[in-house]
Design a protein around this ligand. Structure first.
Ligand SMILES: NC(=O)c1ccc[n+]([C@@H]2O[C@H](COP(=O)([O-])OP(=O)(O)OC[C@H]3O[C@@H](n4cnc5c(N)ncnc54)[C@H](OP(=O)(O)O)[C@@H]3O)[C@@H](O)[C@H]2O)c1
Length: 266
């Protein structure tokens, strides 16, 4: 078995979207590895129940911060809250996100803007605010700090009927890869996670159903963990061999073929 090279024990991890799906999975994994947690999402009762569960299982100290990250001042509020509680952050998991299915012309413009606020703006603002602290932790304690941004296989090609979502995830992937490069000398582990469909509430929120071949939350979390445990964490992780093949094909196939295939995927 390989030695765990990501060791956040004794540090604090902020996880956005911790009330459901992958966010709950990441919370369990970080707690298992000995980190304290800051759990952020809108549904406070779910975050509180998770905090109790993790305290019982792992002795984790969790701080629950209920917040709508699409609100204009939400990230500033979150950062002020962390500062006032003197919580230095060693890991940031920008996981909160949602999608919208439908032809762009028919979709609700307010929902599309909220999607961009959450998937793109909140992720960028929060990364910018917490990055100096993450770098400081990485410099002080080798292998203790990480930035994980949830992208998607939707990042690798346009996706008709999910146009804004796919574009938002292309942003997350591009942004994260640049930050990975810029912070290489610091030892900070920076990773864009690109799953395909996962069994979570995501599909229901987007207005769809989860396909049978969807990944489990456990698979995405264990793949993320393995990538963080590598001596040189790669800038991106595509979860699942089928998804890896499809993402590779999207780069080389003619755009009409790519668009036709992608439009049938949900
Ligand atoms: N599931 C998939 O098929 C899939 C595939 C590729 C990538 N992803 C990405 O994985 C990430 C996690 O999604 P998931 O699959 O775990 O979906 P999920 O079960 O729907 O979880 C989404 C999380 O985001 C939070 N969230 C939504 N709107 C928010 C807001 N305005 N402010 C704060 N938090 C908000 C939700 O909490 P509240 O509702 O309590 O606020 C929830 O905790 C997302 O970025 C998604 O794009 C998912």
């Amino acid at each position: 078995m390989s030695r765990a090279l990501y060791n956040p024990r004794g540090t604090t991890a902020v996880i956005t979207g911790a009330s459901s799906g992958l966010g709950v999975g990441y919370a369990h994994e970080l707690a298992r590895r000995g980190a304290d947690l800051v759990l952020v999402a809108r549904r406070q009762e779910r975050l509180e129940a998770l905090a109790v569960d993790l305290a019982e299982r792992f002795g984790t100290v969790s701080t629950v911060i209920p917040l709508d990250l699409t609100a204009p001042d939400a990230v500033a509020e979150l950062v002020a809250d962390l500062t006032s509680r003197s919580i230095p952050v060693g890991t940031l998991i920008n996981n909160a996100g949602f999608g919208t299915i439908g032809d762009f012309v028919d979709t609700d413009p307010e929902r599309q803007v909220a999607q961009l606020r959450l998937n793109v703006l909140a992720l960028t603002e929060l990364t910018h605010a917490l990055l100096p602290g993450l770098i400081a932790t990485a410099t002080r304690q080798s292998g203790a700090a990480a930035l994980v941004n949830l992208a998607s296989t939707a990042a690798f090609q346009p996706v008709p009927h999910m146009s804004v979502y796919a574009a938002s995830k292309a942003y997350v992937l591009s942004f994260t890869e640049s930050v990975w490069f810029e912070t290489r000398p610091t030892g900070l582990k920076v990773l864009a996670v690109c799953p395909g469909f996962v069994h979570t509430e995501f599909a229901a929120v987007a207005g769809s159903t989860v396909p049978k071949r969807a990944l489990t939350v456990e698979r995405v979390i264990s793949s993320t963990s393995a990538a963080l445990d590598r001596p040189r964490t790669p800038p991106k992780l595509i979860v699942g061999s089928r998804n890896t093949v499809l993402a590779g094909a999207a780069v080389i196939a003619p755009i009409r073929v790519v668009l036709t295939a992608a439009s049938r995927r949900h």
